[in-house]
Design a protein around this ligand. Structure first.
Ligand code: UTP
Length: 480
C-alpha cells in the first residue's frame, strides 16, 4: 500500500496523515487489504481508523491498569458505611425518605438512565439484550418490563420522567426500530432521549496491534457502561435534563428485570443524605459470588471486582458469622445532575480497564479466525469508578430477592440465566400475592404487570383476601 494509493482513494490532505499516523503507532497493517477494497470500503475503513484514539490505545497497552489495580486496593478494603433499612439502621425514618422521593417525582425532578449498549456476548442472543423475551408468563422483553415500570411510576405520581437510553453502534438501529414499532411502550416521544456510546478497538494481546473484523473493518467494541458519562453529555442529554428541571437520575442496566426503576425511597435517601452518587447494595450470598464488592478504602467508597478480591479477604467474617465485605453492587445508582456536570468536564474521571477476551478476527491472509482462548485485550470504562470522585456518597441495602436478578448467561449455563431471572420475578410476585392474602401455590408461575400493581400497597387494593390465583397467572389491567 503506497501513500499515493491512499491519497487517490480519499483525496489529498488528511489521507497522507492516515498512513503516517498509523506508522507512528505501529498499526500500518490496518491498510493491508487496501488495494482489494472498493472506494466505499476504503472510506469506511479510513473513517473507523480516524475515530479511534491510537495514542490512548498505545498508552494503555504500555501501562496496563496501573493504579486502577483492584488486587492492590483489596488489601485495605473495609465494609462501607451503609443505610440498612431492613436492619433498622437508618438515619431517618423510612417514611421520611419515601416522602422526599415522592415529592421529587411529583415535581418532575427525576430522570432515568438505562444503559443498553453492551454486546451481551455471554447470553448469546442475536438481538440487543433488551429485546430478550423475559416475562415469566407474558414474555415481555427486558425493555418492556423496565419501561412498563417507569411509565407506571410516572402515572402514579402524575409526573413526566424522561428516559435517557444508551445504545452502542452495535445495538442502536435495532433498538430504536424496536421501540418505535412498539410505541415506546407508552413513553411519550419527547420523554425518550436515545444516545449512542463510543467504541474502542480490540487489540491483539500478543502484539498490541489493533485486530481487524474484516478486510475493511476494525474489531470495535463499546467502551463500557462508563462511556455513558461522556456520551450523555455529548448528545445534549445533560442539557436537556437541566432544561426540564431534572435534579436526580435513577440509573440501571437493561439486564436486571427487578430494577426498582425510580423507586421513591431510594431517591429519597439520596436527597436526604445530600449524596452525589448513591449505590444500591445487596448482601452477598457467599464470599465468591460474582458481584462487584462495594468497599471503603482509605475512607473513600470503591468497587472492587470479584475477580480482584483475593478469596482470603472475601471470606473474612464478623463475630456473628456474617460476611465482613457483604456489600454486592447491583449497578443501580442515583446520581445528581450537578455531579454529572462536574465530572463530565474532566475527561479522565474514569480510567480504562483492560480485559482479556475472545475476539474473532481476520488474519494476514484475510481468513476469519475464531479463537478458542482469549486472544484480545478490550478496553472498558465502568460507571462505578465515579465513586471516588463523588464528594458525598451513600450505600443503601436492598433485598436481593426484590431488586436484583441479572440476565448474563445463556439459558442452561451459569448462575445468571434468563430462567433464574424469571424464577426470581415469579417468586417476588408470588410473595406479594401471599402478603395480600391470596391463595397461590408455592410453585405457581405468576407475573404482575406494573399497571396492575407496583407493590403490595397497590396490590392489596386490587385483590381480595382469599382470592385464588391459578398457575400460570398474568395479572394485568387489560386481563381484568
Ligand atoms: P455487562 O458488563 O454485563 O455486559 O453489561 P453485557 O454486554 O451485558 O454482556 P457480556 O459481558 O458481553 O456477556 C452490564 C450492563 O451494561 C451495559 C449492558 O448493556 C448491560 O445493561 N453496557 C455494558 C453498556 O451499555 N455498554 C457497554 O459498553 C457495556
Amino acid at each position: 500500500m503506497s501513500l499515493q494509493q491512499v491519497d487517490a482513494a480519499l483525496g489529498l490532505g488528511g489521507q497522507q496523515q492516515l498512513l503516517s499516523r498509523l506508522a507512528r503507532y505501529g498499526q500500518e497493517h490496518l491498510l493491508r487489504f487496501w488495494d482489494d477494497l472498493s472506494k466505499t470500503q476504503q472510506r469506511r475503513l479510513a473513517d473507523q481508523i480516524d475515530a479511534v484514539d491510537l495514542e490512548i490505545v498505545g498508552r494503555l497497552m504500555r501501562e496496563g491498569e496501573g493504579a486502577a489495580n483492584g488486587k492492590l486496593l483489596a488489601e485495605r478494603a473495609e465494609p462501607p458505611p451503609a443505610i440498612r433499612p431492613a436492619k433498622g439502621e437508618t438515619p431517618y425514618p423510612r417514611e421520611q425518605a419515601r416522602t422526599a422521593g415522592e415529592a421529587a417525582l411529583r415535581a418532575g425532578k427525576v430522570g432515568m438512565i438505562l444503559v443498553a449498549g453492551g454486546q451481551g456476548t455471554r447470553l448469546g442472543f442475536d438481538a440487543p439484550k433488551g429485546m430478550y423475551p423475559l416475562g415469566p408468563v407474558s414474555r415481555r422483553t427486558l425493555f418492556q418490563i423496565l419501561l412498563d415500570r417507569l411509565t407506571a411510576i410516572a402515572r402514579r405520581y402524575g409526573t413526566r420522567i424522561p428516559l435517557y437510553l444508551m445504545t452502542s453502534p452495535a445495538t442502536h438501529d435495532t433498538t430504536v426500530t424496536f421501540l418505535e414499532a412498539n410505541d415506546r411502550f407508552g413513553l411519550p416521544p419527547e420523554d425518550l432521549h436515545v444516545f449512542r456510546q463510543g467504541v474502542m478497538p480490540a487489540v491483539c494481546a500478543a502484539t498490541g496491534r489493533v485486530l481487524m473484523a474484516d478486510r475493511d473493518a476494525l474489531c470495535l467494541a463499546p467502551d463500557g457502561h462508563g462511556g455513558m458519562l461522556g456520551a450523555l453529555s455529548a448528545s445534549g442529554g445533560l442539557q436537556d435534563a437541566a432544561l426540564r428541571g431534572v435534579e436526580q437520575f435513577f440509573y440501571c442496566q437493561v439486564d436486571n428485570p427487578l430494577a426498582p426503576c425510580c423507586d421513591p425511597e431510594l431517591i429519597g435517601w439520596s436527597i436526604l443524605s445530600g449524596a452525589e452518587m448513591t449505590t444500591l447494595a445487596v448482601s452477598k450470598r457467599d464470599p465468591v459470588e460474582r458481584m462487584g464488592n462495594i468497599v471503603a478504602i482509605d475512607g473513600k467508597l470503591r468497587i472492587v471486582e470479584y475477580s480482584e478480591l483475593p478469596p482470603e479477604i472475601a471470606s473474612r467474617r464478623n463475630d456473628d458469622g456474617s460476611l465482613r465485605l457483604w456489600a454486592g453492587n447491583t449497578a443501580i445508582h442515583v446520581f445528581t445532575l450537578d455531579f454529572f456536570r462536574r465530572v463530565s468536564a474532566a475527561p479522565d474521571a474514569l480510567p480504562y480497564h483492560l480485559a482479556r477476551k475472545k475476539s474473532p478476527y481476520v488474519d494476514a491472509s484475510g481468513q476469519l479466525i475464531t479463537p478458542a482462548a482469549p486472544n484480545a485485550v478490550k478496553f472498558e470504562r465502568f460507571i462505578f469508578d465515579l465513586l471516588p470522585a463523588a464528594e458525598r456518597t451513600i450505600v443503601i441495602e436492598g433485598a436481593k430477592a426484590e431488586v436484583f436478578a441479572p440476565v448474563k448467561d445463556a439459558p442452561g449455563r451459569g448462575a445468571d440465566t434468563p430462567e433464574a431471572a424469571q424464577a426470581a420475578m415469579s417468586a417476588l410476585h408470588r410473595r406479594w400475592l401471599v402478603e395480600c392474602g391470596a391463595a397461590v401455590a408455592a410453585d405457581a408461575v405468576v407475573e404482575i404487570h406494573p399497571d396492575f400493581a407496583i407493590d403490595t400497597r397497590e396490590l392489596a387494593a386490587r385483590i381480595h383476601r382469599g382470592a385464588e390465583v391459578a398457575s400460570p397467572a398474568y395479572l394485568c389491567v387489560t386481563a381484568q
